[in-house]
Design a protein. Sequence first.
Length: 553
Amino acid sequence: MSDKPDMVMLATSQGLRTCASEKAARNFKLNRAALGRTQPGLAGVMGEAAPEVEYLFGRDGMLTAMDGLGVWVGGCSVPGLAAREMLKSMQLTGRTGCLLDPSHAAQIRAALDGIGRMQAMVVLLSDPAGLPLMLACEDFSGEILAHRLWFCCGGEMSGAIEELFTQNPGLTTPSHFIRTVLLADEPGQILIRDAEGAFSRINSRRQEQLRAISSQPAGATSSWCIIAPMAFRLWNDAGWTLAKVFDDSDAGEVILFDPDDPAAASPLALARASADAGAMVAPNLVRSDMPGLYPIDRPWVTWITGPRVGSFTAGAGRDAVLLADERWRSAALAAGWPADRIHLAAWPMMHTLTGGEPPAESHLVLVADTTDLKPPPAVCELSSQRLLWEQIVRELHEDPFRLGDEPLHYLRRRMRRAGIAEETLSSAVFVDELLIPAYQQGIARILLRGQFPVRVFGRGWDGQGEFAACWGGEIADREHFHEVVLDRRSVLIHPMPMGTAHPMDGLPGRRLGVQKSAAALLREASAGLQGRSAVQAIGHRMLSREMIQSLPA
């Protein structure tokens, strides 16, 4: 038996139809059609068929090709592996990155796989002739249609860049240049110089356009502009909720603005969309977060779904904040909000359950993304923080309820005990990557040890042996989430230690509230499975379109 990998390289004669050539033709057709929607001018100058070269599957399974001299495109027979290795340390903090002169489609794929789903990549190609071949070697149609992938080609690169960003004013100019070791210094520096000059001119024009919009005389209609981030976020779907609240609105035109779309991420895009709107409504985003963008004489209403409340803008007397939890009122007052501009608006009940009594076979369901609780590199660099991290892991493994209902207070007490100054430690990293996941894992562990039927959903659970058997899969989209949480067999476990407002408040069916001890958790879990949920229905005002429309001016 051979110990070689069973990946086969299919070398073929040019012109012969093979699996590789048929896949190339399909990729090219899909990509060209997608480009016809986002960059029609670029799609129009390409031929209707993939370039006629010898398409092959490389030794890593990536579709690639050989030129007429028998040389691998990009100079590598494992383009996918090479690209992932070259770009493994790539990080993109802004909304848009700029990939300089990739030599193979695999490098574009690795760059896209290394950024977030709401981030975009602009690819600069010095030689336009290379684009059709790249579009044949990989299917990018999904990313193109989602506005996550854009191309600028040609010798006059700065002009191509300015044309792209002029035609797409919502696309933010890149914050990072990304290059592989295959790109020589001199051509790379030329590309960067041309791009930086183009970005500077684009940003200057956009600032002028923003000033012109903000200085226009009031001409607002009765329309509402709803800032509604529509990408699914587990237990943080406030944008979608706001959009649903304004569905079928009969109070004038409603403009739904989705800032999660990379082609609608710039302040200029929002300013244009809201220029004629009579009122702005946003989740967790107040006027002071985007100063000068919206006329101060028109109301900006913010639905607050977390403890952070942005500052009130002096002179914006028609603005208001709607708090999902009354306990955040003090934070709103501290942020300068007048008491009469603070209102309560709990998570609305967006769904209903049909049918009669709960089924006999029910299970407890915990929906949350989790981690392996290993300290990240930044924590490992400081021995005192690493020791604190490991101590907390042990402590919460033994009893997750030691966390209490204020994770930050718990963390600060442990920091003082360890002699760690607060300004030297990232509280958000400890809370989000340690305290909350450790609490959630502890809750699941207690229930499993109590022989309760438990199912966990979300990322990270399958990699931990004690939870792998009860893992139901990741929750990647809104449809799957609703399928899980609206299942009549499910008794939902509250995923947070805090008793403040949570999206679960707007779900029907059986659920467990926040508990204070293992004994209380086991008692309430038993009652929930028997159909005797102790969670009380929401007794205060819930968010609605009518509520927002009735706010005093």
